[in-house]
Design a binder for this molecule. Structure first.
Ligand SMILES: [Zn+2]
Ligand SMILES: [Zn+2]
Length: 417
């Protein structure tokens, strides 16, 4: 089976269903993810809930990127259970490295994604209602297979009905809400240290999520060793010195959250290679607390990373303030309007690919400038950085949409899982 979107005749009803539904869910989830990078306006909602929403929207995107785009239509792709199992075995497990192919371990997740897709394709539900229902379901114990969701569930339950309702309203898909998101970012008190922290965290996340660059201050948190059942560094096997605990010695003993003890320099080298698990027991640190670097350290680190990028491209947003956003919002038009807009776009995959790469780099530079403006207390610089961020974001998303769904798009490469 070819990836699903290539099998769809752009004149058919299925185009309407698939392009609008999946395009809109993706667009909204990305817009909300982007907004949640910088949570100035969400300060009344507990941090772990925000974190939970981010994870939930990442899962929505997984459904499209890992399954549907590869022709793994979980809800409709098989008529019988046997066919379903066969489809997953052939198309999902077969392209995994042998070591990761422990099928039983993956099934609960696959079943979860299957039900999520059924929910989103339920004609009796509006799309925003389906997204809200999915969120409740994400929080139901025993449903989504994750061990780390507990604190989010507790914090959610601690919110009262009014707060929960107000929070869920933001999942509603409507154009004016998206426009507001783009233009309505209030300028916070830039001299407030907690705002500076928040902004630094936004920049770190944007680098990690959008650009795939973990800043070199973006390390899982380590602690002073608490037990005494260690003697050598587990990486280089050089004996560790108890007296060096909590000193500035390069190879001082430090302990990871899983309790393993290493020389700091060795562990840092390990983390610098973008390895986010314990070198000894492989516990995944991806979602654990990270070292709290100061906003100034984060900015310096961003500068170190961007040194290797070319100079930022110039970006013409056209008529201010919403020109690129307008294009992005076409995703919410009826199917025939989307089709017409796409055909007007023309399609030159290579040109688009190049501009996308440039824009992605520009995203990094603008995020850097935003934090720089915050630390300088430059309100005007802050406003123009935020405005430009939204323009770049919207244009990037429109490109992604067009290159995924354009009737003449070349086949998607079969990505490795
Ligand atoms: Zn060592
Ligand atoms: Zn460990």
């Amino acid at each position: 089976m070819a990836p699903r979107h290539l099998t769809i005749d752009p004149e058919s009803d299925a185009f309407n269903k698939v392009v609008r539904l999946e395009g809109q869910v993706e667009a909204v989830s990305k817009a909300l993810l982007f907004r949640s990078l910088y949570q100035v306006e969400d300060s009344d909602v507990p941090q772990v809930v925000i974190e939970g929403v981010r994870r939930y929207f990442i899962l929505l995107r997984h459904l499209f990127e890992k399954f549907l785009r590869r022709g793994l239509d979980l809800a409709n792709g098989a008529q019988t259970l046997d066919q379903f199992v066969e489809m997953i075995n052939i198309k999902y497990f077969a392209c995994m490295p042998a070591a990761r192919r422990e099928a039983a371990h993956h099934w609960p997740g696959i079943i979860w994604f299957q039900r999520l897709q059924m929910l989103l394709e339920n004609q009796n539900l509006s799309l925003d209602q389906a997204i809200i229902d999915g969120w409740h379901w994400f929080l139901t114990p025993g449903q989504y297979p994750s061990r780390n969701r507990g604190p989010c569930v507790l914090a959610w339950k601690a919110m009262d009905d009014v707060q929960q309702h107000a929070f869920l309203e933001r999942f509603r898909i409507d154009e004016s809400a998206l426009r507001k998101t783009a233009s309505g970012t209030p300028v916070p008190d830039l001299s407030d240290p907690s705002i500076q922290e928040l902004e630094a965290r936004g920049l770190r996340r944007l680098f990690l999520l959008h650009l795939g660059i973990g800043l070199d201050v973006e390390h899982p948190k380590v602690e002073k060793p608490t037990g005494w059942d260690w003697s050598d560094c587990l990486i280089c096997t050089v004996p560790l010195v108890v007296d060096e605990i909590d000193t500035r010695s390069e190879h001082r003993p430090v302990q990871t959250v899983c309790g393993h003890v290493f020389g700091y320099a060795c562990l840092q080298k390990w983390f610098d290679q973008k390895k986010e698990s314990c070198p000894t027991c492989r516990q995944d640190f991806q979602w654990t607390e990270t070292y709290q670097a100061s906003p100034e350290e984060v900015l310096r680190s961003a500068d170190r990373c961007l040194r290797w990028s070319g100079p930022p491209c110039t970006f013409q947003a056209g008529v201010a303030p919403h020109s690129a956003l307008d294009k992005f919002l076409l995703v919410f038009e009826p199917a025939h309007e989307i089709r017409r807009a796409m055909l007007r776009t023309g399609f030159a995959a290579e040109v688009m690919r190049k501009e996308r790469l440039q824009l992605q780099e520009l995203e990094g530079f603008v995020a850097r400038d935003r934090l720089d403006a915050v630390l300088k207390g430059d309100v005007h610089g802050y406003q123009s950085a935020v405005q430009l961020q939204w323009q770049v974001f919207a244009r990037l998303e429109w490109f992604r949409f067009v290159s995924s769904w354009h009737p003449y798009a070349p086949p998607v490469e079969y990505l490795q899982l």
